[in-house]
Every structure is written in C-alpha cells, then in structure tokens.
Design a protein around this ligand. Structure first.
Ligand code: HEM
Length: 169
C-alpha cells in the first residue's frame, strides 16, 4: 500500500473507531445488545489499529528510557494508559455481559465490583481518548483536510462548474 493510501485507510479506521467508541459510551441510547456486540467489533478493530501502527510501537518502545523528555514518550505513556483502560473495559464488560456471554452459552454471577470497574474504566478510557486525539491533532487536521475536506470541496467545485456550463448553453 502506498504511503498516502495507508494514511487514508488509517484515517477512516480511526474515524470509525472514534464514532463507535462514542456510541458504545451511550448504552442507554443504543440498548445493551448493540452496546455489547459493537464493543466486541470495536475490540477487533483496535487490534487492526495497533497492527497498522506496529512499526511506531516497536520503534518507540526501545527508546523509551533513552531520553527523558520526548513527545513520543508522552504519547507512549498516554497510549499505554488508553490500551490498559480498554483491556479493563472489555474484560469487565464480559464479566457483566447480559447478551454476548449468554449467547455463547456462558453465564457469570452478577458482580457489583465488575460493574464499578467497567464504569471507572469507561471514564478513564474517555479521558485517555481526549488526550490521545489531542496529541495527534496535527495529523488529524492535516489528513482530514487532505482526504475528506479537499475531495468534498472538489465535488462541489465540479458540480458548480457543470451547472455553470449548463446554464451558459
Ligand atoms: C469500548 C468498550 C466499552 C465501553 C466504552 C463501554 C462503556 C460502558 C458505559 C459507559 C456503561 C454505562 C455505565 C454506567 O454508567 O452504568 C456501560 C455499561 C454496560 N456495559 Fe459496557 N463498555 C464497553 C464494552 C463492553 C463489553 C465488551 C460488554 C460485554 C460484552 C459490555 C457490557 C456492558 C453492560 C452489560 C452494561 C450495563 C451495566 C448495567 O447498567 O447493568 N460493555 N458500558
């Protein structure tokens, strides 16, 4: 895949998981069934997201202790915190599951503790998502402009030229 195609794929995956996360954060709006199945699909997409950024992950990890103040280092800490919050979310989600687990023929006794862990992990993940997006705001703005705003603007320009030349006839 060429560099720009890869960036565009990354951008669309990132927008997809961002919107999915916001929907998953509103189980009262979506209902528990959509919440659980969407969260499962979300977990799979996170693995794809990590694989697409694998070179960055293995590139930064060895340098972690090399320099004290470094932007990548802060990113690494935020991303690690985000990842651990997501793992806790998925694990605790399974522990309190009302739909996915029974669909797999499994059931666990209700636990107030797992429910609290799920709530706390959701809050932590939301904060981490804000920081994660904040740290990548330049990349989001640059590529959002290049791969979303510019193609839409070009479409409008094309249809304006087409209607102008149709009106001129
Ligand atoms: C990205 C992953 C996930 C996020 C962001 C998320 C977020 C949330 C949030 C914000 C709540 C409401 C908590 C409250 O205020 O009561 C909730 C509830 C719930 N979640 Fe998740 N969740 C995720 C994954 C999962 C998974 C994988 C499952 C199960 C397979 C699950 C099962 C549930 C259940 C059953 C409830 C309702 C608890 C209750 O009110 O009794 N969640 N989740």
């Amino acid at each position: 895949m060429s560099g720009q195609n890869r960036t565009r794929t990354n951008l669309f995956i990132d927008i997809g998981i961002f919107l999915a996360f916001l929907l998953i954060m509103m189980p009262r709006l979506t209902g528990i069934s959509i919440h659980e199945w969407l969260a499962l699909a979300f977990a799979g997409t996170i693995v794809v997201h990590l694989l697409f950024h694998w070179e960055w992950i293995v590139g930064v990890a060895p340098q972690f202790f090399a320099r004290l103040i470094h932007e990548s280092r802060l990113n690494f800490v935020i991303d690690l915190f985000f990842f651990l919050a997501l793992v806790m979310l998925i694990v605790s989600g399974f522990a309190i599951s009302k739909v996915v687990l029974p669909a797999l023929g499994l059931s666990l006794p209700f636990s107030v503790i797992w429910k609290q862990v799920h709530k706390t992990a959701a809050d932590a993940a939301l904060i981490a998502l804000g920081l994660h997006c904040g740290m990548h705001v330049k990349w989001i703005a640059q590529n959002g402009k290049r791969h979303i705003v510019a193609p839409i603007a070009a479409l409008f320009k094309k249809s304006a030229i087409a209607s102008e030349s149709a009106g001129g006839k």
